[in-house]
Design a protein around this ligand. Structure first.
Ligand SMILES: Nc1nc2c(ncn2[C@@H]2O[C@H](COP(=O)(O)OP(=O)(O)OP(=O)(O)O)[C@@H](O)[C@H]2O)c(=O)[nH]1
Ligand SMILES: [Mg+2]
Length: 444
């Protein structure tokens, strides 16, 4: 394997930075740009002070730690260089390592090597990614569930349950009942259903898990003049969006990252809805619809009035009924307005009233389905999709057994097991890995 090199720390100014190398032919590469300050040669398992150089002379001095394969993160020989935290220094060290025979690591390549050498399973590798991403303490806990092997063990338990049931079905086809004792149908069905239900239960935690790890995208939507931009400013805590009593003020989509409780939220302000002949406004509405489609939660802003919602608002409420949403009834400071419709949160963006209530609703809605601390939560859409497929296939097996018989039911279970193998990495197809590791930073 060639030696790969990457910056393991973020690209910026800091006290220190770390450059990492991995590969079996590590020593000749190091000799090309590092030398020990003590004069004694580098040795495995030791931290040494060192000087780093390139063709133009000394670049920096720092520490170097050499670890011998296979007891390393990647399973290959590795070196970790700690230098001063200046991107120019890091760039020159990377270039010097490349000139000495290394290759620049791909995103996530160190973790991919670890996977390749059996140091990590696929679920734990995702945990490594989540650990760097996590925006909350619960997010860190979720990443630990993946890294520690707890999740993997659960997935393998579902797998072993299904293997047992599939084997039972298989045996029924090959051997008559008087030769072997089989599970009663209802016992087998109950066990299969339990495994499928458990898979579905874990899958359902994805929405909350993703929010806790990665944060959420929340879009403000509503008719023109509802007070979306005013609310946007109130939620962000500063005047960021233009507010005006002319309907159609907002055209472009505005995005600001803010905190709602302990959650990191990317808040989107969008153009208000109305029928329009103006091509720019229409383009703004089309852009809003596209970006709103990807949001984790909608805040539907209704304008408080003396009557109920108007036709545009009614259409928006109907269209968003299937989405995760919170309804804000804005402008309760206005004279003689009707009480809020059921479930809507009364607010005044102008007077900063009800905003904390609304934030609490947004947070609760984003975390709906979050199990108690310590229980299984996932934050990977890949895991969610696989678990949903497992539960679906198990359901098919359960339905098939009494009608179509053990061959068809067994076939569905075999497919479910294959899904779990893809999930845990027993089946490490290249495209799964490419998809996964493309999301990593280089040097991880
Ligand atoms: N009385 C009162 N007026 C408000 C409140 N919120 C917003 N307004 C006023 O309503 C008008 C429209 O507010 P915006 O925040 O620009 O509304 P918008 O929904 O962003 O409008 P568009 O961008 O045109 O879709 C402005 O004159 C605001 O000052 C409120 O809570 N109470
Ligand atoms: Mg606006």
């Amino acid at each position: 394997m060639p030696v790969v090199v990457g910056a393991a720390t973020a690209w910026g100014r800091a006290a220190l930075a770390v450059v990492r190398l991995s590969g079996d032919a590590l020593e000749p590469v190091l000799a090309g740009f590092c030398r020990p300050l003590s004069g004694r040669p580098f040795s495995w398992g030791r931290v040494r002070r060192a000087e780093f150089f390139d063709a133009n002379g000394i670049v920096d001095d720092g520490m170097i730690f050499l670890a011998k394969a296979p007891a390393t993160y990647t399973g290959e020989h590795t070196a970790e260089i700690t230098c001063h935290g200046n991107p120019r220094i890091v760039q020159r060290l990377l270039d010097a390592a490349i000139a000495a025979g290394a290759r620049l690591a791909e995103p996530g390549e160190f973790t991919r090597l670890a996977l390749l050498h059996g140091k990590l399973d696929l679920v734990a590798a995702e945990g490594v990614f989540q650990l760097a991403e996590a925006r909350t303490d619960r997010g860190l806990e979720i990443a630990r569930l993946a890294i520690s092997g707890t999740l993997q063990a659960d997935f393998l338990k579902i797998r072993s349950d299904l293997i047992e049931l599939a084997a039972d079905l298989e045996a029924r086809l090959d051997y008559p009942a008087d030769e072997l004792a089989y599970l009663e149908d209802d016992v087998l069905l109950a066990r299969a259903a339990a495994a499928g239900t458990y898979a579905a239960q874990i899958a359902q935690t994805y929405g909350a898990g993703k929010v806790l790890v990665e944060g959420a995208r929340v879009a403000l939507v509503g008719a023109v003049n509802a007070g979306k931009s005013s609310l946007f400013n109130a939620l962000v805590g500063r005047r960021r969006a233009l507010v005006h009593d002319t309907p159609g003020t907002t055209r472009d989509v505005l995005e600001v990252v803010t905190e709602i409780g302990d959650l990191t939220v990317t808040l989107l302000d969008t153009a208000g809805e109305r029928v329009t002949d103006d091509p720019i406004e229409a383009a703004g509405l089309a852009l809003a619809r596209e970006l709103v489609g990807e949001a984790d939660l909608l805040v539907v802003v209704l304008r408080a009035r003396t009557g109920g919602p108007d036709a545009t608002e009614t259409a928006i409420l109907e269209r968003t009924a299937g989405r995760r949403r919170v309804i804000a009834y804005n402008g309760i400071d206005r004279e003689g307005v009707a009480p809020p419709p059921p479930g809507a949160v009364p607010i005044s963006a102008l007077q900063d009233r009800g905003i904390d209530n609304l934030k609490a609703e947004i947070r609760a809605s984003l975390l709906a389905g979050e199990p108690a601390s310590g229980e299984r939560v996932i934050a990977s859409s890949r895991q969610r999709d696989a678990l949903l497929a497992v539960s679906q296939l198990v359901e098919e097996a359960v339905e098939a057994l009494p009608i179509a018989g053990p061959a068809v039911a067994g076939d569905a279970l075999t497919h479910a097991i294959a899904e779990i193998d893809a999930l845990t990495g027993a089946d490490t197809r290249e495209e799964i890995l490419d998809e996964l590791f493309s999301r990593f930073c280089i040097g991880k």
